[in-house]
Design a protein around this ligand. Structure first.
Ligand SMILES: Cc1cc2nc3c(=O)[nH]c(=O)nc-3n(C[C@H](O)[C@H](O)[C@H](O)COP(=O)(O)OP(=O)(O)OC[C@H]3O[C@@H](n4cnc5c(N)ncnc54)[C@H](O)[C@@H]3O)c2cc1C
Length: 505
């Protein structure tokens, strides 16, 4: 992948996508695969924001059964299969265990019926899947089996459990990158560290977008016949700069903070869901008593998720500190046998998620459930579309809808979407060992548009995995990256300092 903002500014694209999280990356890949001339710009690095900070679960949507929302459930099942198919090296099946018997948790009979229905609703879930990536049927497990799967469970109330299979992204940041690399290999022009600053509007349409190259400081006018803003929690603010007025009731908070903790050891082989006893007032954004999940990673475990209200104008630090305490305490009440201590926590992952905010039925401070696809109304430039995702899992399907809309807006005949079947570049199943780290660092710089030390450490290799890189590893990587990119001593030291800063992602 080559980063060339002069080239990007030199042609008119069919579609200019702003935002290189999973949503923008999926849109760029789909549009490029359907033969459109695509540009993608990302202010920071691809997948560096919300998309790098999820619980990494590709949901099959069993939760939607409780409200008989079969359409959403089918969509989740379809998307889980699509990701297992197109990115087999980055997505794998994950067992999920929910112990039964505790107050507020459905009983074995209810779970048994739900699992049978899930099975019946997903006959094609393993179509064209590598055998190692197939989703087995869920089942009810006995108390001893439940305890074997999760030995820390020692409460008197539990009487067994429900075990089903979802999927896990092993590295969400690399999965986002795989969509970007695939888009580039299909002809898209992509650039990271390239920020959309402002919009030139002429005759009610976006004529060009001013892009700041954050590495050189140069500014470029980039043109797209259609412009799509997929800037996650920044979408509303950015589209406001293009003159779009979101039809949101004023005053309501738009986003919640969402936080996961990284526990420094792998606690179980399966993900475990336990009902929190917290009342709704301790669960802003939710209705109280939600499920807390432990999700196993290679060497660690993610514990999530705490939600709190986010005021974008204030530093989220104090709220996240409080959230980390509350989450740990809530989890320890639900599972005293594990006795997690603050010292077990080696990292935090957080982001902002959209709230219903009056746009969907239900309390305005509950998490949004539907992606926000906007545009084509009175206040919006005619060729501007906006999209804010609510789930990593369904970003591919949302992209399909967006690209259908782009083709329609351009007056073009619909072309078949092939992203659910086409293998992503660089996300194939790899049975063998990875090449040596030094080789991968150089590959990241030469082929994967790593432009800073942080890009290499946090999103192209495992060097930055919690608790973060050692000084030695960082020094070695800085040497390699610096030699490849021609950095002087001063730049090398600055990159090292920036990559060591906590939260330097
Ligand atoms: C704690 C937590 C746990 C979660 N767990 C799960 C889970 O288990 N499963 C699941 O499916 N989903 C989960 N999610 C939700 C999921 O992560 C998000 O819905 C998804 O990542 C959003 O992707 P996005 O591309 O819309 O946003 P982002 O990833 O935030 O991407 C938007 C991008 O736009 C860029 N940008 C902003 N302004 C500009 C500009 N002016 N110019 C250029 N670029 C710009 C940003 O730098 C950013 O990279 C979780 C989220 C959180 C926070």
């Amino acid at each position: 992948m080559r980063r060339d903002l002069n080239e990007l500014a030199g042609v008119e694209h069919d579609v200019l996508v702003i935002g290189g999280g999973i949503q923008g990356a999926c849109i760029a890949w789909d549009a490029a695969l359907r033969g459109l001339k695509v540009a993608l710009v990302e202010r920071d690095d691809f997948g560096a924001a919300t998309s790098a900070n999820s619980l990494r679960i590709v949901h099959g949507g069993i939760r939607y059964l409780a409200r008989a929302d079969f359409a959403r459930m089918r969509e989740s099942i379809r998307e889980r299969s699509a990701l297992l198919r197109v990115a087999p090296g980055l997505v794998e099946p994950l067992g999920v265990l929910v112990p039964t018997g505790a107050p507020g948790v459905p009983g074995k009979a209810a779970f048994g019926a739900a699992l049978a229905l899930t099975h019946a609703l997903s006959p094609a879930r393993n179509r064209h899947l590598d055998p190692s990536r197939r989703i087995a049927a869920g089942r009810i497990v006995s108390r001893p089996e439940c305890q074997r799967l999760f030995p820390a469970l020692n409460t008197a109330t539990f009487n067994g459990g429900a075990l089903w299979y979802d999927a896990r992204m092993t590295r969400p940041e690399r999965l986002t990158l795989a969509f970007v690399v695939s888009a580039a290999s299909a002809g898209a022009r992509v650039a990271n560290h390239a920020e959309a600053e402002d919009f030139e509007i002429r005759h009610g349409a976006v004529r060009s977008v001013r892009i700041l190259d954050r590495l050189s400081g140069a500014r470029h006018e980039v043109r797209g016949r259609q412009v799509v803003i997929a800037a996650g929690p920044w979408t509303e603010e950015l589209s406001g700069r293009a003159g779009r007025r979101a039809n949101l009731p004023g005053g309501d908070p738009r986003h919640a903070l969402a936080l996961n903790l990284v526990i420094g050891r792998r606690i179980s082989e399966v993900a475990v869901g336990l009902r929190s006893s917290a009342a709704s007032e301790a669960d802003p954004g939710g209705s109280g008593g939600r499920f807390l999940f432990l999700s196993p990673q290679e060497h660690t475990t993610l514990l999530g998720t705490w939600y709190g209200m986010a005021d974008p104008s204030t530093d989220p630090g104090p709220a996240l500190d409080r959230g980390a305490e509350v989450l740990l305490a809530e989890f320890n009440r639900a599972c005293p046998g594990l006795g997690l201590a603050p010292g077990d926590v080696i990292g935090r992952q957080w982001g902002r998620l959209p709230l219903k905010a009056g746009l969907e039925s239900g309390p305005s401070t509950s998490l949004a459930e539907r992606p926000r696809v906007g545009g084509r109304n009175g206040s919006c430039p005619a060729n501007l579309l906006t999209v804010e995702a609510v789930k990593y899992t369904t970003a591919r399907a949302v992209a399909q809808e967006v690209v259908d809309g782009v083709l329609a807006s351009m007056g073009l005949r619909q072309r078949e979407c092939r992203t659910a079947e086409t293998a992503l570049v660089g996300a194939e199943l790899s049975g063998g060992d990875l090449p040596p780290l030094a080789q991968r660092v150089l590959y990241a710089v030469r082929e994967e548009m790593a432009m800073t030390l942080g890009d290499v450490v946090y999103r192209r290799t495992e060097l930055g995995d919690p608790p973060g890189p050692s000084r030695e590893a960082l020094g070695l990587a800085a040497q390699l990256v610096g030699d490849a990119l021609g950095w002087d001593e001063k730049r090398r030291a600055a990159e090292q300092a920036s990559a060591l800063r906590p939260g330097a992602v």
